[in-house]
Design a binder for this molecule. Structure first.
Ligand SMILES: [Cu+2]
Length: 102
């Protein structure tokens, strides 16, 4: 496939749905297509969880209680990213996952 300029925002881009549980994400690996990515985050646990992407500044979702939902968009180029929850102790306990952007 020839290399072309990345699509302007508003163009290509996928979506990813992440579910938080106590204390893990619903999957260890997520995938989507690059561009402007819509991320939704639902809390099926009972305590506060957050969702950040390592090395991607300015993106953070937070769901405080069971049933809460947050969503946002983030511009991502193709690559492998790490998702994590930054509530103290959660990442260490397993709230970490891979996001493959193609
Ligand atoms: Cu958490």
């Amino acid at each position: 496939m020839p290399t072309t300029a990345a699509a302007a925002s508003g163009g290509a881009g996928g979506s990813v749905d992440v579910i938080a549980k106590d204390i893990e994400f619903d999957k260890t690996e997520y995938s989507t297509s690059g561009g402007t990515v819509e991320v939704s985050y639902v809390n099926e646990g009972s305590i506060t969880h957050t969702l950040l992407i390592e090395d991607v500044d300015g993106f953070k979702l937070e769901v405080a209680a069971k049933g809460d939902e947050d969503e946002g968009t983030v511009d991502l180029e193709a690559g492998t990213y790490t998702l994590y929850c930054d509530v103290p102790g959660h990442r260490e306990a397993g709230m970490e996952a891979t996001l493959e952007v193609s």
